[in-house]
Design a protein around this ligand. Structure first.
Ligand code: FAD
Length: 433
């Protein structure tokens, strides 16, 4: 596997300290130790791969998920748990300019459908994932950002002026906000394992410690080699997102760029502490910065706070970004400056050059499909794209809008493409001033 960050990024170290690990034990998936024929093989055991497996299994297909590490090891087991709109980094006008109004609107509808899909799956399979809140509030970090919110607010949501925030329990150095009434918070690891249990219950094979090392082509499909076994399948779904490699398959090379995100969790806050900061709401929230912060008070009253991660990955870089996350948290929520941060960790999200997700066939390679690049919003969109990939592999009609199905263009600079990130982050930080 050829990956573009240092090995440290793919090691257990960045995820060490992840809060969700303490909330539910991982299921004990077996390791692949045989030669297994299936209809569909899936690389990656996160939301995309497991949702695909569930939808394939319930349609009667035989399916095997191959996860290199343990269940929930990737971003799906270590994210902020915002089940919300998102997936693309393009604004509605930018989507319309590039893809036309009809496809832009169809894409935005897909973001809404994705949130509804997660709600339906939680209900259908009786998954208790500690869900809470209704919608998501964007909080202005400056007067200018608030003016922009006023200009772009639409009737579907609700605008909040600065003086209204304390009554909403959203106390902090914010200049107002805007609430979108779609989305909810959840425990991502409980959600993922609930989906996985449902898939296994319907006959899907889920394997851990089964890293795909080679994809071979056969007369009837694909042959995947793992350290101790093989899977043969007519169709193959690549669901590796931020943990993708340049050569599995080689079509992926330079079409994605992983980026790190870092999150922390405090100990449970007391009533007095919540009042001291003026933050008593369980609303999911994020600020208006391009390099944004996201935060929510969870049902057990721990506060989760996350932000973009470091550009480098090493023990030193990880220490530095964890320090910055703590400082940003204390600066934005000074009332909790002395509250203990019990957990802090990092993981990989995934971007494309076109700033939209991809879910579709790999051009020119019959039976091969990929789904990735949710731009830091993959709880809902990963689930949705997993279902879309399952339908494609089953040969069912899938009406996906153009932003999702156009093959991502390659980044310039090939395997050195991470060099575009420091100037991009610097420009975004400047725009945030
Ligand atoms: C800190 C953080 C906070 C985030 N917060 C949010 C949030 O609040 N809301 C939201 O919507 N999104 C959030 N995201 C993004 C979201 O978690 C991801 O978009 C989503 O989990 C992607 O799911 P996935 O299944 O596509 O990929 P992943 O969950 O990353 O899974 C990919 C898997 O592929 C496996 N793999 C890779 N190569 C191989 C191979 N060769 N063989 C076998 N297996 C392989 C990896 O081990 C990995 O487990 C966050 C991400 C991070 C890191």
């Amino acid at each position: 596997m050829r990956r573009i960050f240092s090995e440290y990024a793919y090691s257990p170290a960045p995820r060490a300290g992840c809060w969700w690990d303490e909330t539910i034990a991982a299921p004990d998936w077996p390791e692949l130790e045989s030669d297994l024929p299936v209809d569909v093989a899936i690389i990656g055991g996160g939301f995309t791969g497991v949702s695909a497996a569930l939808h394939l299994a319930r349609a009667g297909a035989s399916v095997a998920v191959l996860e290199a590490e343990t269940p929930g090891w990737g971003a799906s087991g270590r994210n902020g748990g915002f089940c919300c709109l998102g997936g693309s980094k393009l604004s509605e006008p930018a989507l319309s300019r590039r893809y036309g109004t009809a496809d832009a609107q169809a894409y935005l509808q897909a973001e809404k459908d994705a949130v509804a899909l997660v709600a339906d799956l939680l209900a259908e399979y009786g998954i208790d994932a500690d869900t809470h809140s209704r919608g998501e509030t964007q909080l202005a970090h400056s007067h200018r950002a608030m003016a922009r919110l006023r200009r772009t607010a639409d009737a579907a949501g609700q605008l909040h002026e600065k003086h209204e925030l304390p009554d909403l329990g959203l106390g902090g150095a914010f200049f107002g906000g805007y609430t979108t009434p779609i989305g909810f918070g959840l425990n991502p690891r409980k959600y993922l394992f609930g989906l996985a249990d449902a898939a296994r219950g319907m006959g899907a094979h889920l394997f851990q410690h089964s890293m795909v090392q080679r994809i071979g082509k056969t007369a009837s499909g694909f042959e995947l080699t793992t350290p101790r076994g093989q899977v043969r399948a007519s169709s193959l779904l690549v669901c590796t997102n931020g943990y993708s490699s340049e050569d599995l398959p080689s079509w992926m090379a330079a079409r994605y760029i992983p980026a790190q995100s870092t999150a922390l969790v405090t100990r449970p806050l007391t009533d007095a502490e919540l009042q001291a900061q003026g933050w008593t709401s369980d609303q999911m929230a994020y600020d208006t910065r391009n390099l944004l912060h996201y935060f929510r008070l969870m049902p057990d009253r721990r506060f989760l706070f996350g932000m973009r991660g470091g550009l480098l990955s090493s023990p030193r870089a990880e220490k530095r970004i964890r320090g910055k996350a703590r400082r940003d948290f204390r600066r934005m929520f000074p009332g909790w400056a002395s509250v203990e941060v019990t957990n802090i960790w990092s993981g990989m999200v995934c971007l494309t050059r076109d700033l939209v997700p991809f879910a579709g066939p790999v051009p020119g390679q019959a039976g091969l499909y990929a789904g990735f690049a949710y731009h830091g919003n993959g709880v809902a969109m990963g689930t949705y794209c997993g279902r879309a990939l399952a339908r494609l592999a089953l040969g069912q009609p899938v009406a996906l809008p153009a932003p999702l199905t156009e093959a991502p263009r390659c980044f310039p600079l090939g395997r050195w493409r991470r060099a575009v990130m420091p100037p991009a982050y610097a420009l975004l930080a400047l725009a945030d001033l």
